[in-house]
Design a protein around this ligand. Structure first.
Ligand code: FMN
Length: 315
């Protein structure tokens, strides 16, 4: 009795500490470090523009509110030091401007972009990608499978044969897992009506969801885990498995796009019920995969990487 009570109180206190830590440090906390969360917001909004530019048919003047935010931030931030988020923002604006110049569109927001880019001239020199990059067989994203992988949002109608799905999942099973639990599961859907419903609940495939004919949901069985200290491990193992799945797609000549399942419990429940996934599994992410719309050239979001100095700390 005593030990059950202490286990329950450990559970409650650990989950409560998670909630407090998140509330204290997350990007919308009133106590957050405004500088770093602002920089993340600029990256996120700029990436939304990059994604829009990488769609098969970008909408004219899409993402106006995001553009206004980026323009405002760029004009403000360039007074300070050069940094990755500003370069990414300038790249996204440049790509947006180029798209609309090609389509002979005129709009006051394009004038604002022009002015912001003029202010950020020193950044522009550092921009290697105007929001998107073109991937061709001659110029893949990189030499190794890891470097060549990218998130593709231009899929062909092709349904991946079951034999290839099995090869991809077998390869993904090479991912390490804590104590070799292998609690990760994969559900693959190929019926358009179900995919449509699932992507509607997911919400992050606007502009390309109609092209998805192969959709995986990665989940983790909670029964594999025990004790409060393991509460986040389903996501660690599931995340490693998901990356291995993405790399296995790339290795076998397929393309893929991870799709977040950062959703509320109600939506997770609905996704589980549409997908026939048992209640005892937490959902890790969705992955759209298949053949690219063209073997010749694919436009992808630039998604540049931060300089190593922002990522690596060696003692
Ligand atoms: C967990 C996770 C969730 C993601 N969710 C989405 C999504 O909902 N929609 C989307 O278009 N891309 C999504 N992405 C793709 C990211 O935008 C992409 O991985 C990032 O910009 C890096 O680009 P790259 O994958 O081309 O290297 C997601 C990626 C991850 C890892």
């Amino acid at each position: 009795m005593q030990s059950s009570l202490s286990k329950i109180s450990l559970f409650l206190s650990e989950f409560m500490k998670d909630a407090l830590l998140y509330a204290r440090y997350c990007g919308v906390s009133p106590f957050r470090d405004v500088g770093s969360s602002g920089s993340y917001k600029l990256v996120i909004e700029s990436h939304a523009i990059e994604k829009g530019l990488s769609l098969p048919r970008p909408r004219k003047l899409f993402g106006r509110a995001k553009i206004s935010y980026i323009v405002g931030e760029l004009r403000r931030t360039t007074r300070g030091n050069s940094n990755f988020s500003v370069q990414m923002a300038a790249g996204a604006l440049l790509g947006y401007k180029q798209l609309h110049v090609e389509q002979a569109v005129s709009d006051p927001i394009l004038v604002d972009i022009e002015a912001a880019l003029r202010d950020a001239t020193h950044q522009k020199e550092l921009i290697s990608n105007p929001g998107t990059r073109i991937i061709t067989p001659e110029h893949p994203g990189g030499e190794s499978v890891l470097e060549a992988r990218f998130s593709c949002r231009m899929f062909d109608q092709y349904r991946v044969p079951r034999a290839d799905i099995e090869k991809i999942v077998s390869a993904a099973q090479r991912a390490p897992s804590q104590c070799n639990r292998q609690a990760t599961k994969v559900y693959v859907f190929q019926s358009r009506s179900k995919i449509e419903r699932l992507l509607e609940l997911q919400g992050g495939a606007a502009g390309f969801g109609h092209l998805v004919n192969n959709l995986a949901i990665v989940s983790s069985e909670l029964s594999a885990w025990g004790g409060a200290q393991q509460r986040n491990q389903p996501y660690v193992d599931g995340g490693l498995f998901s990356l291995a799945f993405l790399l296995a797609c790339q290795e076998r000549g397929y393309v893929a796009c991870p799709l977040n399942l950062a959703v509320r419990h109600r939506v997770e429940h609905e996704i589980r019920s549409v997908g026939g996934i048992p209640a005892g599994e937490r959902l890790i992410m969705m992955i759209a995969f298949g053949k690219p719309v063209s073997d010749e050239s694919i436009r992808a979001a630039a998604s540049p990487r931060r300089p190593l100095s922002e990522v690596l700390v060696v003692e």
